[in-house]
Design a protein around this ligand. Structure first.
Ligand code: EPZ
Length: 420
């Protein structure tokens, strides 16, 4: 297993380009199942999760051609299998996103039941109940969700009792080909859902209320392929901004957007960062100052994202003062604090709240990550630790951060990958 060795030191400083969004690319790749003609998806990040999704589509028989510059052409007409097998689903829960589109277009889908994972139990009951409301018959058999709908899905009025990103995406992709009108209430409003809806509309879907908590979908008979570029990755953007803030440095991030990061930028300003933005760039400068600890609570968009919580916890660990971080989305997502404490952080855990008292510097230690964003927080901590930190199990990082060591090196960090 590869490891990262990071020698902590001075501030990071420089300019890099932000990649396409992982959490937008994954549902958009699943949406290609809905198209009657080939689709071309551009600005795809080069990440292990994307490779897994492409492997899943290929295993079902879709023809997938990857072009140079990470755009991919997909033709769903060659589909042979309506199954997402255990081997692929176990490595990536987002495989569940093929359920809605497969059922809507082919009337049949078998998807291995995704279990819990390091950050929490992560049920998919709302995905299943929404599809049942549209007329699907669903059984769980030998670890597989087996869904059928004879005569096609029918539009329905469905209220989601928890705001769920994946659930909203699955039901939206099902509803675009369901007969009649579907109303999805208490829908998630994450920018990745807006991106998916924009792509579906470019394919011919009729969706009202995009970006709001009520999505009204008028089902159409068929959808056509289009060319679509996925949006920039807001979490990758936020991670590099937070790394710069923690190290008292400066970064300019290109090919990204500030309008999808408001809650994060606000907290960085509260921590003392000077932020400038343009149409497609964001610059953060700490002017050499130590960050001030901030308090935050994660919640669905537009509130503070759970996917940025670990990185802010790491920044708080070396900030001036005390901050509390409350995680409300996933029950086990503060797990990284134990590794941060091994590096000399002063963090107490009370239920779903981390109480962080900033220390001047951390100390290098061998650490390992249990999930993607926890790994990012350990990289940030390592940048502000004295000595060489070895971060183990970095396959988590490779699921969601394109070329992290190259990008960090461009920013002046002393980081290298060693094969395990
Ligand atoms: C998406 O996961 C993201 N993944 C996650 O990104 C992100 O942390 C999460 O949304 C929250 O923003 C992708 O987009 C591929 P949810 P998802 O359904 O869709 C509960 C990363 O690091 N729930 O919005 O799986 C659930 O348990 C990650 O990139 C139900 O109770 O998350 C959780 O408490 C990891 N029943 C809450 O809703 C359901 O049927 C939100 O989960 C579905 C969800």
């Amino acid at each position: 297993m590869d490891k990262l060795i990071i020698s902590g030191g001075g501030p990071i400083d420089g300019e890099i380009r932000i990649s396409g969004s992982k959490n937008s690319a994954l549902p958009i790749l699943a949406a290609t199942l809905l198209s009657e003609t080939p689709m071309c998806i551009g600005n795809m990040p080069h990440l292990n999760d994307i490779t897994t999704m492409l492997a899943l589509l290929r295993s079902m028989g879709l023809s997938v051609t990857l072009n140079e510059k990470m755009s991919v052409e997909i033709d769903a007409n060659t589909i042979r299998e309506y199954t997402a097998p255990y081997d692929l689903v176990k490595t990536m829960r987002a495989s569940i996103l093929v359920l809605g589109p497969m059922l809507a277009r082919y009337g049949e889908a078998n998807v291995s039941f995704p279990g819990g994972c390091a950050i929490g139990s992560r049920p998919v009951d709302i995905h299943l109940r929404g599809l049942e409301a549209m007329g699907a018959e669903i059984d769980v058999d030998e670890g597989y969700i087996r869904a059928r709908c004879k005569g096609g899905l029918k539009g329905a009025h469905f209220f989601m009792d928890t705001v769920t990103v994946g659930g909203t995406e699955n039901l939206l992709m099902a509803a675009v080909l369901a007969e009649g009108k579907t109303v999805l209430e208490n829908a998630a409003r994450e920018p990745e859902i807006v991106d998916l809806a924009n792509c579906l509309q470019a394919m011919g879907a009729q969706i009202e209320g995009v970006g709001t908590a009520t999505l009204t979908i008028h089902g159409v008979k068929s959808l056509k392929g289009c060319r679509y570029d996925v949006m920039p990755d807001r979490i990758e953007t936020g991670t590099y901004l937070t790394a710069a803030a923690a190290t008292r440095g400066r970064v300019k991030l290109k090919d990204t957007r500030e309008d999808i990061l408001e809650s994060v930028l606000l907290k960085l300003e509260e921590a003392g960062a000077f932020i400038n933005t343009g149409k497609d760039w964001i610059e953060l400068d700490m002017k050499g100052n130590r960050p001030k600890a901030v308090s935050l609570k994660t919640a669905p968009y537009p509130a503070f994202p759970t996917d940025m919580q670990a990185q802010f916890t790491a920044m708080n660990a070396v900030s001036e003062g005390m901050g509390t971080v409350i995680e409300t989305i996933f029950e086990n997502r503060l797990i990284q604090i134990h590794e941060l404490n091994r590096m000399g952080a002063n963090i107490k855990l009370e239920g779903n709240t981390a109480i962080i008292t900033g220390v001047e510097r951390l100390k290098a230690a061998p650490v390992m990550a249990t999930d993607l964003r926890a790994s990012a927080s350990l990289v940030i901590a390592a940048l502000v630790a004295d000595g060489d930190t070895v971060v183990d199990r970095i396959y988590h990082i490779d699921r969601g951060y394109e070329c992290i060591e190259e990008k960090m090196q461009l920013l002046g960090a002393n980081i290298r990958r060693v094969p395990g």
